[in-house]
Design a protein around this ligand. Structure first.
Ligand code: ZN
Length: 344
């Protein structure tokens, strides 16, 4: 069955549109090929709860100023699904503007801080070294080195305190209960929120209708089986929401059909895993040498960063599953081959 999209068009940038009783959709611009993010505003009595904050740039701040002036009531709470800049970027600024507290998971709050400060194996130099080991060429590595992580530009300030939310915690908004659902593979402790009374799931980046969520392997956890974690989280969602739950994703249009979308994403990754395995059967290959197999199109520098993380995640999955063997060649590059017994 195909996904069902109840709203054909997104609201204009900076306009509020009610998608369910008391749940408002706000679309903000992003300076990438992925040119927007969806944020959600929840009515909470005389006030509001804001879910995700947008990328820190002047156009988004100006749109927020306009929205805040319209809200006609205090902001009671900011909730951020995960540490990525389009979600967390303006949290600190909005805390200052509204005096509202911030709620996050500890995995996301702490990751934001180590990425911002580039410590504990996080940051551009660790990523460059990770990509060097995975075979990326000197020219691209030099570009990444010069660009830096870009995180501080997009998240200019971080709060130093927050309200910690954990798996299965319940947030009460306007008398309704929102259950905290933790997912892995895209970010360390990504939070989605599910309202039983409304049958609405704010899915963050864990479940998107058209694009496949980026899976990341950090340099600090080089062997992380992030794709397996992601697929397990998806399976969990399909089991919890087999029916007509309205999904409010961070990118794309709201939709119904969790189980159908999870099926599509699982099939997509199974197919990509198979393609990588087959390619490594012909000759051992590095993650960089497999970008073509995985994506089959030209990638710009920004996309290459995500693509490398994604390739490493797929290769880690195959290694953990015993379908590929990792070895480090004389040139210092990690390459993957089929185990002898499995080769044919
Ligand atoms: Zn994200």
């Amino acid at each position: 069955m195909a996904l069902h999209y109840p709203f054909a068009e997104p609201p204009a940038g900076g306009e509020l549109f009610e998608v369910a009783p008391g749940i408002f959709w706000l679309r903000m611009p992003l300076p990438f090929q992925l040119d927007h993010i969806n944020l959600w505003l929840l009515r909470d009595g005389a006030g509001w709860v804001i879910v995700d904050t947008g990328f820190a740039d002047e156009s988004v701040r100006a749109l927020w100023q306009r929205i805040l002036a319209q809200l006609n009531g205090p902001v009671h709470r900011l909730v951020v699904t995960h540490f990525h800049p389009d979600h967390l970027g303006l949290a600190s600024w909005l805390m200052d503007e509204t005096a509202a507290p911030l709620a996050m998971t500890s995995g996301e709050f702490l990751t934001a801080h180590v990425v911002w400060h580039e410590v504990a194996g996080h940051g551009a130099r660790f990523m460059v070294e990770q990509f060097r080991q995975h075979g990326l060429g000197a020219e691209l590595l030099a570009k990444f080195e010069t660009r830096g992580s870009g995180y501080r530009k997009a998240v200019p300030a971080l709060p130093d305190h927050y309200d910690r939310l954990k798996a299965d915690d319940v947030l009460t908004v306007d008398g309704r209960h929102w259950q905290i659902i933790i997912g892995h593979g895209h970010a360390p402790e990504h939070m989605a929120l599910y309202c039983l009374e409304l049958d609405v799931l704010i899915s963050g980046d864990m479940l998107l209708p058209r694009i496949s969520t980026n899976i990341s392997v950090f340099a600090a956890t080089p062997k992380a089986d992030a794709l397996r974690w992601f697929l397990d989280s998806l399976a969990d969602m399909a089991e919890r929401f087999p029916g007509q739950t309205l999904v409010l994703p961070s990118h794309g249009l709201p939709f119904r059909g969790v189980a159908e979308r999870v099926d599509e994403l699982q099939a997509h990754h199974v197919d990509r895993l198979q393609a990588l395995e087959t390619s490594c059967e012909q000759a051992p290959k590095s993650a960089a040498e497999l970008l073509d197999v995985l994506f089959g199109r030209a990638l710009d520098t920004h996309q290459t960063m995500f693509a490398m993380g994604e390739a490493i995640a797929h290769l880690n999955y195959l290694e953990h599953a015993g379908r590929l063997l990792r070895r480090v060649d004389a040139d210092g590059v990690t390459r993957y081959s089929r185990p002898r017994a499995a080769a044919h």
